[in-house]
Design a protein around this ligand. Structure first.
Ligand SMILES: Nc1nc2c(ncn2[C@@H]2O[C@H](COP(=O)(O)OP(=O)(O)OP(=O)(O)O)[C@@H](O)[C@H]2O)c(=O)[nH]1
Ligand SMILES: [Mg+2]
Length: 406
């Protein structure tokens, strides 16, 4: 990597840092950023899923959590396992994220608003109403009530794989895209008639979450949240596709400079010997978090293995660039490698020219930033390998993008 390249890689970040320093001093800014980053682990996200019996709620809950329907922690599915009471399902990796399976709010016995009063409405960040067929008047009422009470409500038409399969049997089959549009129009028409203006429906399959509108729904959910919750959604969303990996990568890249800043400034107070250059425990913790976000940690691999019905060892072998476990020794080696690069010194000088205020911390800032960046790239590469391994056998049989949990 040449000097010019590294300059380019850090200039946008330095501009952000510089403008943030215009009305705050370095220590206050770093403390504030530290609080913001720490809060990512404690901010809760509660997603409510509702709909009539058999709509596919429990399957959808599992798909959003990235677990197999037959995982120990899964929401039980199937016609004999009807959910009767609200059930909380924690995200298997991010305990501050929960998906709630709320059976039939607003079914005929109660009016939607009566029901919402009984539901602990305030605690949910947003609602998703699921149906496997048409949307009923109740769905429309409920959706309108939720929005009137100030929360977002998304409409999902589930089991689209089944609908497409049965359409294909029709001798007058018009192709997948047209069939999907037909179903979409039918759903929207129902909703309009029942009083929903401008309905937007996501057509998806919990069995094929890399297809149809599942990725679009995930994208929409994250875009319609504020910054911190948006990051929590991005961190916790399961990796069904390369697109999901890219979304995660882009979001994490944006906060790398913040992590590097916190690490060098806050640690300058607590670690007197700055010849250490980097705060190793901090780097270990951050890299462990990367593993979780991209599904490379042991538990994520275990869950994925179960979902795709493969031995976990096979998935582990796909991790080629990084060790299965991050250790202090690994991080120390990485720092050594980074420091031996000729461009580090010139980049430090460049950073100091930009923000003289950093002073003796500049070297730690630059080293930490580029190590995190390198590890992030490696994590994403390995996550791509794991994803490819997870979907491998299906690629041979299907012209479509391969699916994961058939
Ligand atoms: N083909 C297909 N089947 C699905 C899909 N989602 C759910 N199913 C099946 O539909 C049935 C009902 O799904 P559940 O997820 O249990 O539905 P539910 O809304 O939780 O049902 P209750 O708990 O009874 O209210 C199960 O047999 C699922 O396997 C899907 O996307 N595609
Ligand atoms: Mg259920």
């Amino acid at each position: 990597m040449g000097h010019t390249v590294t300059k380019l890689m850090i200039t946008t970040e330095l501009e952000k840092l510089k403008s943030a320093l215009e009305n705050k001093n370095l220590l206050d800014l770093s403390k504030e950023i530290k609080e913001e980053l720490d809060s990512l682990n404690s901010i809760t996200l509660d997603i409510a899923i509702t709909g009539v019996s058999g709509a596919g709620k429990s399957s959808f809950v599992n798909a959003l959590r990235g677990v197999s329907d037959y995982d120990d922690s899964a929401a039980k599915i199937g016609t004999t396992e009807t959910t009767m009471n609200p059930e909380k399902y924690k995200h298997p990796i991010f305990p501050n994220v929960a998906i709630w399976d709320l059976p039939g709010i607003g079914t005929t016995e109660f009016k939607a608003n009566e029901h919402l009063k009984m539901t602990e409405f305030a605690k949910y960040d947003f609602f998703i109403i699921v149906t496997a067929e048409r949307f009923t008047e109740n769905d429309a009422l409920l959706s309108n009530e939720i929005q009137k009470m100030g929360k977002r409500c998304y409409l999902v038409r589930s089991k689209i794989d089944l609908s497409i399969m049965s359409e294909e049997r029709n001798p007058y089959y018009v192709g997948k895209e047209k069939s999907l549009e037909k179903i979409r129009e039918y759903c929207c028409e129902n909703l309009r008639k029942a009083g929903v203006s401008n309905p937007k429906v996501f057509l998806l399959s919990s069995w094929k979450p890399n297809l149809y509108d599942f990725p679009l729904l995930q994208d929409t959910l994250k875009n319609e949240q504020d910054d911190l919750k948006r990051l929590v959604i991005i961190e916790s969303m399961p990796v069904y596709s390369r697109e999901a990996l890219e979304i995660k990568k882009a979001a994490i890249e944006e906060i790398l400079w913040k992590a590097a800043l916190v690490s060098c400034v806050i640690d300058a107070i607590t670690i007197p010997d700055l010849s250490l250059v980097c705060d190793f425990p901090f780097l270990v913790t951050t890299m462990e978090k990367f593993y979780k976000i991209f599904g490379l940690d042991e538990r994520s691999l275990y869950i994925l293995a179960k979902r795709v019905g493969k031995p976990i060892d096979e998935l582990r072998l796909a991790i080629k660039k990084l060790p299965t476990k991050i250790t202090i020794e690994f991080v120390q080696d990485q720092v050594k490698i980074e420091l031996s690069k000729s461009w580090i010194k010139t980049t430090v000088a460049y950073v100091l020219g930009f923000i003289p205020l950093l002073g003796s911390l500049a070297s730690s800032f630059v080293t930490t930033y580029f190590i995190l960046k390198k590890i992030l790239n490696d994590v994403v590469e390995d996550a791509k390998n794991v994803l490819a391994k997870a979907i491998e056998p299906y690629a041979k049989h299907s012209a479509e993008t391969p699916v994961m949990n058939d």
